[in-house]
Design a protein around this ligand. Sequence first.
Ligand code: ADP
Ligand code: MG
Length: 316
Amino acid sequence: MQEFELIRSIFQSSVMANTEGRNDILLGIGDDCAQVQIPEGQTLVFSMDTMVEGRHFPFDADPLDIGYRAVATCVSDLAAMGAKPAFFTLGLTMPESDPQWLAAFAEGMAELAEPIGLLLVGGDTTKGPLTITLQVHGYVEKEQTPRRSQAQVGDDIYVTGTLGDAAAAVPIVTGEMHISAARFDYFYDRFWRPSPRLIAGMALKRVVHSMLDVSDGLAQDLQHITTASGVGAKIRLADLPVSDELRDWQPDSAYTLALTGGDDYELCFTAPKSAREEIQLITQTLHLPCTIIGEITESGFEVEGFQGELGGWQHF
Ligand code: ADP
Ligand code: MG
């Protein structure tokens, strides 16, 4: 029991659990429940993600990285809903209570959570194989919530940032592959430190017809939009945004990785052609690369220039 007290105190004393200056959080860590006042005119959106050691991240990874990435990947869902980050809870299962590990894990979470105003308000701690569950919550206006189901025929299909780096990084992160130090640093960060597109999501929510974050691979995730919207899509392989680093390193597979690899946490959205100028203005102001990769069609799913099986990250 004492060890759980210790765990609680590590989280409770973190900057990311400090409720000062937050009118919406009436009670944070420490009571039987947290208590939140949802701001006037807003709705609550929330999403849960679970990460299991050895499955979603390698054994013996740096707890600082695990913490950062756990928040980043979960918060990416808020970005896709155009929501403002508000608070989160943490379900932590770990084999033993290791204060040093916990302090670093908390620091990694706080590194991202604190500056975006995502407050840790509670959680649960149990003993077992290392498993991290986060439930993140955000605020968004009811009428301005982008869904997967509202894509329309003729919409442009957009992707932010570049795709494929994180999938290419997996064998580096697991230690199966060794590369030069400079390349290692770049790709290591691309796996462990995704940049959830929160500001872009909030800025774009009024303009887009549909939106999601790309976590399981573009091909698979875009099909979530087409299925939910009852439409099709046609994209061009050669138009997918790929980083110079990936093209240099893996010229032959860069575009396939961009199409099918997971873990990028970029936004994919559709919008009417009439919104092109506004979208360009928004993304340029944010210095966020944003690429039109194709168009929403009546039916089917076509990737021009791609021969092969369309896969994606299958969890089981
Ligand atoms: P209870 O027995 O009433 O369920 P706990 O002893 O599990 O309460 O937790 C006490 C407080 O510590 C609660 O506010 C809970 O939200 C918080 N807490 C426990 N584990 C965590 C965790 N992993 N992260 C954040 N807060 C936690
Ligand atoms: Mg209780």
